[in-house]
Design a protein around this ligand. Structure first.
Ligand code: NAP
Length: 338
């Protein structure tokens, strides 16, 4: 059957989604972005990927987060997005912030990994072709490469913007001191860093402890949190065992041995707090991040429209009482000796 043409919902900006300024920039980002790391590759049904992308945009999600090697297979999430870009989203291109990255392994040989100018420049050209785009909104250095001079990686980002291939640049997973070097370098070269992308959720608080989160704010750089649901652990997904088809059955990034009875018992306690707040656990985990205005956006993953719809519901309640916050900390944080 031929699919009817896509018309974006007229209510997509009806106030359900809110938008936050990204650092000291002119760009507003939706509090919830959609990431295509998993579930949008050529191993996944195209119709499901398409439905999730349509649903997201119809509900005010204007930011789509990609990288060269998202799939599986590598490159195929960008191809999926490119197909939907061509068939559905082309009229709405100027309503979207589309991101991609290079920094992890992508193609064989010495030029398809890490932080060289050679790799970043070639990779972005490939990404643009796969996505059917003339330019990308945000191009990220996907990770810090200690073996490449920082100036080389950063100058490549500057030149990518100067050539009009990206509007803004960001960094992901750079450690504290390197991130400060990047902020200073990019600012001095008239290409201020727009955004830092880091792993952050109720369980993984390293960006708080290392100062990365505060540092971004101090430098006028936005912050976007990836894996906000700890890949599904911070949801009801694993409360009654490991369901067939869940991420813990599928890949090396979340293995079943992480889902221990001890962890499940903590998640069950969190689930009770969420229920008392009138939220699903996924919603509470996202609200917990978004209560902090330094978190410009959270990048959620999703394997169905139902999950996406549930997650979006977090926006209805972003405030926490101090009792709720300390109850969450008591469940998750290691107890310090008296
Ligand atoms: N910069 C980086 O290095 C980096 C690294 C990782 C991710 N990211 C970005 O961050 C994005 C999100 O990462 P992530 O996929 O790990 O995020 P996540 O939101 O922590 O996990 C997503 C997974 O949680 C489950 N889930 C989502 N919503 C749910 C709901 N409402 N109820 C129950 N389960 C739910 C699904 O698992 P099932 O699949 O089991 O259904 C889904 O695949 C990526 O797509 C990517 O754009 C960036």
């Amino acid at each position: 059957m031929i699919n009817p043409p896509y018309n974006a919902s007229e209510s997509r900006y009806d106030g359900t989604m809110t938008y936050e300024r990204c650092g000291r920039s002119g760009l507003l980002l939706p509090r919830i972005s959609l990431g295509l790391w998993q579930n949008f590759g050529d191993v996944n049904p195209l119709a499901t990927s398409r439905d999730m992308l349509h649903f997201a945009f119809d509900h005010g999600i204007t930011c789509f987060d990609l990288a060269n090697n998202y799939g599986p297979s590598y490159g195929s999430a960008e191809e999926t997005f490119g197909l939907i870009m061509k068939k559905s989203f082309a009229p709405y291109r100027d309503e979207m912030v589309i991101t991609t990255k290079a920094g992890h392994d992508m193609w064989p040989g010495p030029y398809g990994d890490r932080g060289s100018r050679k790799y970043l420049m070639a990779s972005l050209d490939q990404s643009l072709r796969r996505m059917n785009l003339d330019y990308i909104d945000i191009f990220y250095s996907h990770r810090f490469d200690p073996e490449t001079p920082m100036e080389e990686t950063l100058q490549a980002l500057v030149d990518i913007v100067r050539r009009g291939k990206a509007l803004y640049v960001g960094i992901s997973k750079w450690p504290f001191e390197a991130a400060q070097f990047a902020y200073d370098y990019l600012k001095a070269h008239d290409t201020p860093c727009l955004i830092y992308q880091g792993r952050y959720n109720m369980i993984d608080r390293k960006v708080e402890e290392s100062g990365i989160l505060g540092q971004a704010a101090d430098n006028g750089v936005g912050f976007t949190a990836f894996s906000p649901l700890e890949q599904g652990i911070l949801t009801a997904r694993y409360l009654d065992g490991i369901p067939e088809g869940s991420r813990a059955t599928k890949n090396r990034f979340l293995t079943a041995d992480r889902i221990t009875p001890e962890l499940v018992s903590r998640i069950r306690q969190l689930n009770e707090i969420a229920a008392q707040r009138g939220q699903s656990l996924a919603q509470m985990a996202l609200s917990w991040l978004l209560k902090d205005s330094r978190v410009t956006s959270v990048i959620i993953g999703s394997s169905s429209v139902g999950q996406l719809s549930d997650s979006l519901g977090c926006l209805r309640n972003l405030s926490f009482s101090s009792d709720e916050l300390s109850a969450i900390n008591d469940i998750l944080l290691p107890q310090k000796p008296e």
